[in-house]
Design a protein around this ligand. Structure first.
Ligand SMILES: NC(=O)c1ccc[n+]([C@@H]2O[C@H](COP(=O)([O-])OP(=O)(O)OC[C@H]3O[C@@H](n4cnc5c(N)ncnc54)[C@H](OP(=O)(O)O)[C@@H]3O)[C@@H](O)[C@H]2O)c1
Length: 239
């Protein structure tokens, strides 16, 4: 059976690695990007070299209209679209006291509202068994305030994952991966990363390839639903 996956924010970094993993598993790829045109074109080339089809879908994703438009375009191109990976996200360091209304709204728009409406539009547009995977953060279990709006929006997306899983079962399964500190952590305080590495139970940073492998196992399962799968070298076990 032909299968296809839409990956938001798939031009580079983790989204790219997920796209390549799913392509290698035989999925045609609807690759969404926003500003990273050059990287998206390069990723599309790498995907096609794996023997599957790939189409690029550039757009800003900020609201319900953007989300519905992307699903309409992707399902128009790939009638067999059966996977949605919500990877596009913003990540900005700002404390509670520094957060203003615009910043709070932007985080909730990109990190929560867009996955919400992409999932809703995807559920309306598809008819067969399908899967949604949301990208969360291992810190949803904690209450650290350095990235206040980001973390709050990811905590909300975690609750959404479980509520949507229940609502859309049995046809659509909604799961999430909760990602720990990865090897792509150049935007984090490097002292924090070094300390983290020292204390992680598994003593290693998370490789994007481990995240994509976890995502593939979620979408290949017919039993896993409403799961928050921690891909974090044991970080969630720490106090
Ligand atoms: N990296 C980590 O260590 C880590 C840790 C925990 C959780 N995660 C989660 O894992 C996912 C992937 O992480 P990442 O580090 O690869 O993500 P990222 O580089 O921060 O962002 C992924 C993509 O999101 C797109 N994007 C941002 N705002 C957008 C908007 N308004 N409209 C459309 N697209 C937009 C950007 O696309 P363009 O470049 O095309 O503009 C960007 O390349 C995210 O959901 C992230 O929260 C990552």
């Amino acid at each position: 059976m032909k299968q296809a996956a839409l990956i938001t924010g798939g031009a580079k970094r983790i989204g790219k690695v997920v796209a390549l993993k799913l392509a290698a598993a035989g999925y045609d790829i609807a690759l969404h990007y926003h500003t990273s045109k050059k990287e998206a074109e390069e990723t599309a080339k790498e995907i096609r070299a794996l023997g599957v089809d790939c189409t690029l879908f550039p757009s800003a994703l900020n609201n319900q209209k953007d989300a519905y438009a992307l699903i309409a375009q992707a399902t128009n191109t790939y009638k067999h679209l059966n996977v949605l990976i919500n990877s596009a996200s913003i990540f900005e360091r700002r404390s509670f006291m520094e957060t203003d209304e615009a910043q709070l709204e932007e985080n909730f728009a990109v990190n929560f509202k867009v996955p919400f409406f992409l999932t809703q539009a995807f559920a309306k547009a598809t008819k067969e068994k399908a899967h949604v995977v949301n990208m969360l953060d291992t810190y949803i279990l904690r209450h650290n305030g350095h990235y206040f709006s980001y973390l709050l929006s990811k905590k909300t997306l975690a609750e959404f994952t479980k509520m949507a899983a229940r609502e859309l079962a049995p046809r659509i399964h909604v799961n999430a991966v909760c990602i720990g500190v990865t090897t792509l952590s150049e935007n984090l305080d490097q002292d924090f990363v070094a300390q983290k590495l020292k204390h992680l139970p598994d003593k290693k940073l998370v490789k994007p390839e481990e995240i994509s492998a976890a995502i593939l196992s979620l979408i290949q399962s017919s039993y896993l639903n409403g799961q928050l799968l921690f891909v974090d070298s044991g970080d969630h076990l720490l106090p």
